[in-house]
Design a protein around this ligand. Structure first.
Ligand SMILES: [Zn+2]
Length: 388
């Protein structure tokens, strides 16, 4: 959201409410008003008390890696799964999915992280699932058959970030890294009605890389984060409470309908006033813009430890050369810094990409057969391959 839009938006909302208030509002109109007010998509992610100790240990072990700045770009593979009606209508288009990813990448660029589509969009055309209200089931996990497990178990691609855009009735949720082991869960569920919200995907990816909401446990007297950042103050507890970060101000999640903290509440210890950041992507304010340095570091360390398994299964390692001769039947991209030669058959149904730094040489014996997709590009490992 640009600076100017930030200032105009609250005024616009006020204006809309003013012109709508004299009208008789039936149920349908009432929902529209709520939608206008509820500008920020809702996310259900929270750390349950029983999960807390394990979470703390995971952060300690990730941060022991102590990677605090990126020395290059980390390319993270994602897979879009877009639910539509059986006739192929409704839901997101591939172009809208690409826009969502581009918006997320803007927020991660500063930490050297870039998400890319590891394989083409997977459309799931199914009237039954389309009409299912997806809900986050906090009590039923591995082996369960509710809608999110059904759709994920049938479609998940291993070792990538799986993004499902479905009908969730207003909710979005993600997976903390511990969910893989504890809940057999490794995906993100997003509400198709919330597309176009420039930080929704960035926010859910934040949880995926072990970030908590800035207001985590704000109403739990055992773990609520106090306001002070003075280590000598007896109320100081920011490293072990809330989101376990001291560079995100204590946040009691008390926002008005714009971007302003409403001024209420206290931290139960000091006489200080809250000054939560309305621009933090992991807050519930209406104006999220950025992650803090502490959040950046947690994401990076998570990428390098708990989520180090993320690796697009359709891309080769980056070699100096490839000399190919075997038959190709699947979707796969070969990457080389220097050159690729091939005498292979690319069979019908295959999607084969040769990505070399200097040249690609198709020698006698090479055939891209009818029904196959073949492309050669001269990039050479510098950017992730996007399959046609
Ligand atoms: Zn959230």
């Amino acid at each position: 959201m640009t600076q100017s839009f930030k200032h105009i938006f609250p005024l616009l909302i006020t204006f809309l409410l003013m012109i709508m208030s004299p009208l008789k509002i039936d149920c349908q109109d009432s929902k529209k008003v709520n939608d206008i007010i509820r500008k920020k998509p809702l996310c259900t992610m929270t750390l349950k008390k029983v999960e807390r100790e394990k979470y703390v240990q995971s952060v300690i072990s990730e941060e022991a890696f102590n990677q605090t700045r990126m020395d290059g770009t980390y390319n993270i593979p994602v897979q879009f799964h877009l639910l539509r009606m059986s006739n192929g209508t409704g839901g997101l288009t591939a172009a809208e999915a690409a826009t969502e990813l581009a918006q997320a990448n803007i927020r991660y660029a500063g930490m050297g992280v870039e998400f890319f589509q590891c394989s083409p969009v997977n459309f799931i055309d199914d009237d039954v699932l389309w009409n299912t209200v997806f809900d986050h089931d906090w009590d039923n996990f591995c082996g369960q058959t509710n809608a999110e497990y059904q759709i994920a178990n049938a479609n998940n691609v291993a070792n990538v970030v799986n993004l499902y855009y479905v009908n969730t009735d207003g909710w979005n949720w993600s997976s903390f890294p511990s969910y893989v082991e504890d809940y057999c869960k490794d995906w993100i569920i997003l509400d198709i009605d919330d597309i176009g919200t420039t930080t929704l995907l960035a926010h859910e990816l934040g949880h995926y890389f072990n970030l908590l909401h800035t207001f985590q446990d704000h109403n739990d007297p055992d773990y609520n984060e106090h306001i002070t950042r003075n280590v000598g103050n007896s109320c100081w507890n920011c490293p072990v409470t809330g989101d376990l970060l001291c560079d995100t101000p204590a946040d009691n999640n008390s926002w008005d309908n714009a971007c302003n903290w409403d001024g209420t509440g206290d931290d139960g210890c000091s006489n200080l006033s809250f000054t939560p950041s309305e621009e933090n992507i992991m807050s519930y304010s209406d104006c999220p813009e950025f992650f803090t340095e502490g959040q950046n570091n947690r994401i990076i360390n998570c990428i390098l430890t708990s989520r180090a398994y993320l690796n697009c299964p359709f891309l080769s390692d980056c070699e100096t050369t490839w000399n190919l001769s075997s038959t190709q039947n699947t979707m796969y991209a070969y990457q080389a810094t220097n050159y690729i030669t091939s005498t292979s058959d690319v069979n019908s149904g295959a999607n084969s990409v040769y990505d070399a730094g200097n040249y690609v040489k198709l020698q006698p014996g090479f055939h891209a057969k009818a029904g196959s997709t073949f492309s050669a590009i001269l990039d050479g490992c510098w950017a992730p391959v996007i399959f046609p």
